[in-house]
Ligand binder design. Sequence first.
Ligand code: ADP
Length: 261
Amino acid sequence: MSHTEPTGRPGQLRQPLLRVTGLEKRFGENRVLRGVDLDVARGQVLALIGPSGSGKTTLLRSLNGLERPEAGVLEIGSDVRVDFADRDIRQGVLAARNRTSMVFQHYNLFPHRTVLENVIEGPVQVQRMSKQQATAEALVLLERVGLADKRDSYPFELSGGQQQRVGIVRALAMKPDLLLFDEPTSALDPELVGEVLAVIAELAAEGWTMVVVTHELAFAREVADEVVFLDGGVIVERGAPKQVFQSPREERTKQFLRRIL
Ligand code: ADP
């Protein structure tokens, strides 16, 4: 798949593409994120794991402004910086949104638009690309995930796996620097999970930078460069998949893995 920002350019390897510091988010009395610090290097694939309710989705949504934390700083590259404690963060959030694309658990496709219309919506409406150019690029992406022949179908005519592949193509069409996946396979029937994970693994191999919230630990082990374990709104442990899964350092990580493995 084409990628506008080649990875691994000299001098950029150590510089994080994404950095959040001191992220705090509460819903009423519920402190959901309690001072989260996270950085993701360009080209890195990070799997975010943890018990239900630990704040994974909230953290992911905070990275592109779908949630507004009360405190913390979000930086993307050297030119996007949002201090959530500031009163007016609109410009920063818009800039962050331009650099990130989210793939949702329930696909979130527009039900009354065709596959092609779903994919070109962002590039045409948000990025002011010509319809002709957006269509040409969308068809290349749809071809890559084996769905070019579905361009005129409506979401309800597709399987869940096909809808999610359209969801991924829609995210890619925006040419983001960072892809965010929120449990991209957890709404799928088990037999459809593989086709979606295969696409994500292919994107990882191509060097896309991504954060993936997932319950698929086998997938995380194979595809992620690093695993981050979140519990109770704090990052408890972070490391290479092999280290975290085979010899977790923290007791809470051990307990979580014992419960689900
Ligand atoms: P996870 O993705 O790890 O399952 P979430 O980030 O979805 O966790 O949720 C973390 C906590 O925040 C949960 O207690 C959840 O009930 C709460 N929460 C999430 N979204 C909202 C919301 N919009 N309003 C109120 N509480 C929320």
